[in-house]
Design a protein around this ligand. Structure first.
Ligand code: SF4
Ligand code: SF4
Length: 56
């Protein structure tokens, strides 16, 4: 499983330094590398809009 960033992302950048495996990329909407994410939830914990969520 991995986390996915949804359309509510406002590209604030808060999640980027929190990821222990550096698998988040900048963009209009930030993106998580599904192959590298270890499902730790750190990005979701700091996101102001709740954009990162566990993939179903
Ligand atoms: S859940 Fe953890 S490993 Fe996955 S993108 Fe978020 S901070 Fe990185
Ligand atoms: S913390 Fe949330 S809103 Fe900010 S860049 Fe990351 S996913 Fe997007």
């Amino acid at each position: 499983m991995a986390y996915v960033i949804n359309d509510s992302c406002i590209a604030c950048g808060a999640c980027l330094p929190e990821c222990p495996v550096n698998c988040i990329s900048e963009g209009d909407i930030y993106e998580i590398d599904q192959d590298q994410c270890i499902d730790c939830g750190s990005c979701a914990a700091v996101c102001p809009v709740g954009a990162p969520n566990p993939e179903d």
